[in-house]
Design a protein around this ligand. Sequence first.
Ligand code: FE
Ligand code: FE
Ligand code: ZN
Length: 278
Amino acid sequence: MLKLGCHLSSAKGFLAMGKEAVELGANTFQFFTRNPRGGAAKALDEADIAAFLAFAREQGLLPIVAHAPYTLNACAAKDNLRAFAKETMLDDLARLEHIPASLYVFHPGSHVGQGVEAGIALIVDMLNTVIRPGQATTVLLETMAGKGSEIGSSFEELRAIINRVDLNEYIGVCLDTCHVFDSGYDIVNDLEGVLEHFDAVIGLERLRAVHLNDSKNPFGSRKDRHECIGQGHIGQEAFARIINHPALRDLPFYLETPAGVPGYAAEISLLRQARNAG
Ligand code: FE
Ligand code: FE
Ligand code: ZN
């Protein structure tokens, strides 16, 4: 069955997100672990989590994806920003121990002029500090558009990070369709070639989730502006090929388009119709 969800606001808690997902026709969802601009996370409500887990198991919503705040930059130039990134990720991962088998997506970071090599070293340093043996969560590096000094817009950069993380059995990748298209991987005309390259460099077994977003900008523009499915430069046919591809079809897919709630319901139903039987 197509595992398809969208990004939801966590303001009302986990059970509310689970119910909202089901109402939208989703069978998984993504949420921000805290305000996307950073700041403190709400206190954990254990009763809400217990009720959510019962509901999620009954509805088949697991695994879910937790997304780190955008402001988290493991390779910031300033010590205090790097310390914030570490503390935030440690705290997020501690909380996610309450939700079994979660996926935690983060943007590897922007090196802000320090250079790719220095940036990768700082990202690796953070991951080696926060990842603990036996943790329940898999940490996913998101493929990036390559805007500004973003690291992770090539599969090789993601591989360089994975290689240097000690406990890299807890590391995977989340492929964002808008971002890879923006960074110059032609998923419209050569999906097969892109996936072969991903497999050769990173290994498809590391690919654990897909963000489904169309792109407001043309191929290779490195701008990172999401568009609704079928309304951008990637186009509906390419999304049909993506969700049906044998190497991708069993992964969970998440919409992060400007459709928002309740526009997601229409996108979810469109994608479910585009899913081939079998
Ligand atoms: Fe993201
Ligand atoms: Fe994304
Ligand atoms: Zn994006």
